[in-house]
Design a binder for this molecule. Sequence first.
Ligand SMILES: [Zn+2]
Ligand SMILES: [Zn+2]
Length: 335
Amino acid sequence: MRAMLFDGVGRPLREAEIDQPAIDADQLLIRVRACAVCRTDLHVVDGDLKEPKLPLVLGHEFVGSVADVGARVERFTVGERVGVPWLGWTCGECRFCSSGRENLCDRARFTGYQLDGGYAEYAAADQRFAFPIPAGYPDLQAAPLLCAGLIGYRSLRLAGDAERLGLYGFGAAAHIVTQVARYQGRRLFAFTKPGDLAGQRFARELGAEWAGSSDQTPPEPLDAAIIFAPAGPLVPAALRAVVKGGRVVCAGIHMSEIPAFPYEILWGERQVRSVANLTRADGKEFFRIAPEVPVRTEVQPYPLSDANAALDDLRQGRVRGAAVLAVDDGLLQER
Ligand SMILES: [Zn+2]
Ligand SMILES: [Zn+2]
């Protein structure tokens, strides 16, 4: 099969012919049709995340059809459409797994990091961690739901019942969260890199009532903020923007150093917290809500062999919505 392989930090992904993955009794063999590109992939490529398997097939938000099933698989049958997220396997017995917090499992394994992912024509995935995909979503539009959607949704839930919600960084996750949050009756305030007028316009089109630069003060105080951009200085900026009792949720897996800040901006029972990974319960809930909203994803498609260009565009802020690899070339022609 054709795959884009990551060999190590500082090297571009390499297109290669490799064997299809072998599956065990709990796994599905999936013919990948579309795989979204996530900022976490950049953190792997850049070495911010230190423990990838090597060589590695990146990609933890992919959609495809089941091509084969292991002996114990009972949730899916051959031919069914399925989506695979970042959480690829958990132990089921550690203190986190046994208290409804499998996202924090001590022995968790992650797709496109410790397990090969979707930047390839075929992938293996544990049936227990895969999701059925709602019928209304074409493959390219469904792929970003699996990380930008799921982890965005978990971040939104952890922001509490905030009415005035700020989003720092308006990429794939924020464009989905905005739609869900509007549906829930919240008011949205979007912050982009200074000068990113296209990003600010995009946020307003999706229902943000205000969009500006991350160095600006919003027109009124916020009840909570979610930080999607991997920039530590946004933490004190967001703390300054939220009211007493407000929450600042850091949604990314990696962030540059957070600068020192005076205690008074945390005082007043403001909270800062991170969001780590997802649980299967998050996925179930999100895939029920997404078609109700209905969430519509905006995608920028690339052929599989252009994965390096997709990563580069994401790094440079040249993606509107989500970058998605059309692993099945036919999806590019259908558009
Ligand atoms: Zn991701
Ligand atoms: Zn565990």
